[in-house]
Design a protein around this ligand. Structure first.
Ligand code: ADP
Length: 236
């Protein structure tokens, strides 16, 4: 792998019980990249995220990760379920739990982990919510909390699966701004599944469109010029 490469998929097929959902995928994620993954429901976007996270082994081909990502150091923001929205813990506890990956066998959080949790809450503007109950927050505040939690694990890569689902337009724009800040100012690579193509195309550098029988991977201008992306250019 090259020095700036975080993830590299080489001729990867992913699927379940011998059935392929995605085949022959070649994809490299480098430091500072911002990749949007789009496609219809059921096209395999979440399956790809599971593969990138190492939760689903490839059926064939190879997914390589930079050594520092091997120890679970990827920040992951999953799709929220109703049960998670009702999670009975304080904001601080939820954010701190993002450090669990690195906790190993120790039972208590270290001072460094606690200060990282507080720092990430400050970065995302939720420090004043520290002792609030997570389930009493608005959808936008909850996503900020989950993003702060993901940052506790993330060293250089954030993976997000439909992060703005259920948010009102203003909260969605806030979340996009935060992601752009982390990407541009902190060099965090972002891989995001989204349905909200219009906003995503304004922010991302690269697009992976998973179609029924074909994959498109290219820059945003290339995507807008492609058959898959043309309708979004016309909608602008
Ligand atoms: P998307 O995220 O694009 O909506 P998914 O990756 O969730 O799509 O699903 C892609 C395909 O894989 C679908 O046909 C879905 O039914 C199937 N699938 C998803 N998860 C599983 C699973 N755990 N076992 C078997 N099939 C699955």
């Amino acid at each position: 792998m090259g020095p700036s490469e975080l993830l590299a998929c080489r001729d990867v097929s992913l699927g379940y019980e011998g059935q392929s959902v995605l085949a022959h995928l070649n994809l490299t994620v480098r430091e500072g990249d911002y990749l949007c993954v789009v496609g219809e429901n059921g096209s395999g976007k979440s399956t790809l995220m599971r593969g990138l996270l190492g939760l689903l082994p490839p059926q064939s081909g190879e997914i390589r990760r930079a050594p520092e990502l091997e120890q679970g150091a990827v920040g992951y923001l999953p799709q929220q379920t109703r049960a998670q929205r009702d999670f009975p813990a304080t904001v601080y506890e939820v954010v701190l739990s993002g450090c669990l990956n690195q906790k190993g066998l120790r039972f208590f959080y270290s001072a460094a982990q606690k200060s990282a949790a507080l720092m990430n809450m400050g970065k995302l503007g939720i420090l004043e919510l520290k002792d609030e109950s997570y389930r009493d927050l608005s959808g936008g505040q909850q996503q900020r909390v989950l993003l702060a939690r993901a940052l506790c694990a993330a060293k250089r890569l954030l993976i997000l699966d439909e992060p703005i689902t259920g948010l009102d337009p203003a909260a969605a724009q806030d979340l996009y701004k935060l992601l752009s800040y982390l990407n541009e100012k902190e060099g965090m690579a972002v891989v995001m599944v989204t349905h909200d193509l219009k906003s995503a195309l304004r922010r991302a550098q690269t697009v992976l469109h998973i179609g029924r029988s074909s994959l498109f991977l290219g820059t945003v201008p290339e995507y807008l010029a492609s058959p898959q992306g043309r309708r979004f250019r016309e909608a602008e």
